[in-house]
Design a protein around this ligand. Structure first.
Ligand code: ADP
Ligand code: MG
Length: 727
């Protein structure tokens, strides 16, 4: 029988890409064609309802049921004019992917049948969703969960060959009101941030009445041929290779980064980009990443809720389109040991209703005071809650990436760039307020921020949280993550921080201090207090780990411990006070994270056992038998001991590795049984991490050594060189 690897290799080498036509129109002509956007709302709604919907979107006002009926009818008309037959509430449960449950517009009626979509079906649904993760919030006997329409994210049509579906973005909550998804808390955090930021903006500009957070998500991913992927149980079931020796050539020549995109990949990219553009995802950039067959795409930034919906949708579309091209998209943070992993850089800034980016240094010192207020408050917020930000990016897969060679470490620090660092140092060390009073030259104390900064920021790729000219970039987010988790945290801690800032400034003003001096005094205080989190050097270096320890910064490398921060008294208080999560919700989330952590390791452990026992060991024994036969024949013809020494040495080497590998597999499986018996979820997760996962390395080490010895013709798993270089 031919091995799956052999068949897969043959398939992978004879691929023909499906025909992808270059778009016949300008992108602007088909961009958003599958989205019920403002223009279509205007066309399909009465002027009155249109205006109400816009204020629901922009001001969060409620929509009454009459208007909801009109909107639903309009949506249905539009969707049916595009060929949609079904609709679904589209939501983001805590599984990490998106969820849909399709209903047909079609409804039998007394004398035939009609297509119907009521306002009530638009606004709210009650999916029978008892098996979504809920961390104990919902008992199965009260399994009701509600999805509720989020008008701030427009409905869209998901196309597939067999049909089209109208998708309505929604939040997902338990019938007791607790959030069961990623979107609900994010919306709450954005609300809190809006309010807190507007209050602070009032010091500078009374015309500002809304602040939204913006997000641009750079998405890294790998591609691999589908047949090769299917021949690797580890990739198929866990998204990463649990075995595999590094290929002789990896990324050491740096010849992939920004290189020319292979034709087959390019065809795939154009295809998925067209689909994404039709869905209103403003994709702008595509390029090769550092590792072989690793790529990145990035849209133009958008309001954060929409940006995250679009990223979730993008991941989905990529996967679907990839199938047409016989590719598999690997979104795992570390699919291949020994080369770069993938992240999802979250570029974040704050924008006012007047169009001002609060994180962009201004031209005049007065503007700079406003910039400094938001800039320094961000630093202070991250300093205060670094542990929470760390927790928000924790996952079993991101554990492999953080702190590995190419990714930000598990230590949260902030990179500002030389110039802004100097500016902050200058403020910290000058006696500003006094000088301002004496000179009566109010602005003298604020250093000028050179304009070149905007276009000319330093790039420090080793920092998990870097300022890049007019935005912060959180680089520690994993490639497969839903960005809502870190963004809920970031916007909450920022809101909380701005509230504290305002209270402190107001207190000084009340005491008779001039407003600007009060602002600067508190800014200066924060610069001092949050100094430890700032780091400009190489975040990948051992020196930084040592330095961070000295500074008392946390460096928590594994998820089960990192996520303790979600349920610390400080966090429970923070989230409850700002109305983002109740204690119950936080404990539930914590529980879900722990469960997902050990369950994923459980799957990996099973796959390792199975692949080792049923694929690798038999292949190795086969080859060993061949060598033994060879030895026998050599002996029969009476060759000398010296001649037999070489095959004998190979047999010995094989036996050595085989022995240790098999023993480690057995011991790992034993530890797994022990871990499975642990009741407490946190302890179970830690047990899986320390006792089970810790053995993966040994098993892999010996399996990879065997891969280097055994006849290539009998090796069952596609090798790294095939996975990474066949394109
Ligand atoms: P890179 O970091 O690779 O140099 P860019 O800086 O051009 O790339 O942008 C990366 C992402 O940051 C893009 O999605 C871009 O739209 C987004 N971005 C740019 N400006 C902002 C901003 N003010 N707020 C949020 N995201 C932004
Ligand atoms: Mg970037």
């Amino acid at each position: 029988m031919k091995s799956l690897r052999t068949i897969a290799l043959k398939e992978a080498q004879t691929r023909v890409s499906p025909e992808v036509k270059a778009p016949s129109a300008k992108i602007s002509e088909f961009f958003g064609s599958n989205v019920f956007d403002k223009k279509k709302m205007k066309d399909f709604l009465s002027k009155e309802v249109y205006e109400k919907l816009i204020s629901a979107i922009e001001q969060g006002e409620l929509i009454n049921s009459d208007d909801a009926n009109q909107i639903a009818t309009a949506m249905k008309h539009w969707a049916m004019s595009k060929g949609a037959t079904h609709y679904t509430h589209w939501f983001q449960p805590l599984t990490g992917s998106t969820a849909e449950k399709h209903d047909s517009f079609f409804e039998p009626s007394g004398d035939g049948a009609i297509e119907k979509f009521a306002g009530s079906a638009l606004v709210q649904q009650e999916p029978d969703a008892s098996s979504f993760p809920n961390g104990g919030i919902r008992n199965t006997f009260e399994a009701r969960g509600y999805t509720a329409w989020d008008p701030s994210s427009p409905a869209f049509i998901m196309e597939s060959k067999a049909g089209k579906t109208l998708c309505i973005p929604t939040v997902f909550v338990a019938y007791t009101g607790e959030a069961l998804d990623y979107k609900a808390p994010l919306l709450k955090a954005l609300n809190a941030l809006d309010k807190a930021a507007v209050d602070v903006c009032q010091y500078f500009d009374k015309g500002i009445n809304k602040v939204t957070a913006s997000l641009g998500i750079e998405q890294e991913y790998f591609l691999v041929d589908l047949a090769l992927y299917n021949a690797r149980p580890d990739l198929m079931l866990t998204g990463r290779t649990l075995f595999g020796h590094m290929s002789a050539k990896g990324q050491q020549l740096d010849d992939h980064y920004f290189g020319s995109i292979p034709e087959r990949v390019f065809t795939f990219m154009v295809d998925f980009e067209n689909e994404a553009l039709k869905l209103g995802i403003p994709l702008k950039t595509r390029h090769n990443e550092v590792a072989p067959l690793q790529f990145e795409c990035a849209p133009i930034y958008e309001e954060i809720n929409l940006a995250i919906d679009h990223n979730q949708l993008l991941m989905d579309v990529m996967e679907k389109v990839a199938r047409r091209h016989h590719f598999k998209v690997l979104l795992h943070e570390k699919p291949y040991a020994g080369i770069n992993g993938s992240g999802k850089h979250n570029n974040w800034s704050l924008i006012t209703n007047t169009g001002k980016n609060l994180l962009a240094p201004g031209k005049t010192p007065k503007n700079n005071l406003m910039f400094l207020a938001f800039f320094v408050n961000t630093i202070k917020a991250v300093h205060e809650h670094a542990d929470l930000l760390r927790a928000s990016i924790a996952s079993v897969s991101n554990d492999h990436r953080l702190g590995a060679n190419e990714a930000p470490p598990a230590i949260i620090s902030i990179f500002l760039g030389e110039q802004l660092n100097e500016v902050l140092d200058e403020i910290e060390h000058s006696r500003i307020s006094k000088k301002i009073k004496e000179d009566n030259a109010l602005w003298l104390g604020i250093p000028k921020i050179p304009q070149i900064l905007l276009d000319n920021t330093d790039r420090n790729r080793t920092s998990p949280f870097a300022f890049t000219g007019n935005k912060f970039e959180l680089r520690a987010v994993g490639s497969s993550a839903n960005s809502s988790a870190p963004m809920t945290v970031l916007n909450t801690i920022m809101a909380d921080q701005l509230i504290k800032f305002k209270a402190e400034v107001d207190k000084l003003i009340k005491k008779g201090e001039k407003k600007d001096i009060a602002l600067l005094t508190i800014i200066k205080k924060y610069i001092k207090e949050s100094k430890d989190i700032r780091f400009e050097g190489n975040g990948y270096s051992q020196e930084w780990e040592d330095e961070a320890t000295k500074r008392g910064l946390a460096n928590i490398k594994t998820t089960p411990v990192a996520i303790d921060a979600y349920v610390s008294d400080k966090s429970l208080d923070l989230f409850e006070k700002n109305n983002i999560f109740s204690k119950r919700e936080l404990h539930a989330r914590h529980e879900i994270l722990l469960e997902s952590y050990y369950k994923k390791l459980q799957i990996e452990a099973r796959v390792i056992g199975e692949v080792a026992n049923t694929m690798i060991i038999p292949a190795v024994i086969d080859y060993q038998n061949t060598l033994l036969d060879n030895l026998k024949s050599l002996k029969e013809v009476g060759l000398s001991k010296e001649v037999m020494a070489t095959p004998l040495a190979i047999v010995n080497k094989i036996s050595e590795h085989l022995g240790v590998m098999k023993a480690s597999v057995d011991s790992m499986l034993e530890e797994r049984k022990v871990a499975n018996g642990v009741e407490d979820h946190r302890e179970k997760a830690i047990s899986y991490d320390e006792k089970v996962k810790s053995q993966f390395e040994t098993i892999r080490y010996h399996a990879d050594k065997l891969e280097q010895i055994v006849d290539d013709n009998v090796w069952p798993l596609p090798k790294f060189r095939e996975l990474l270089f066949l394109k």
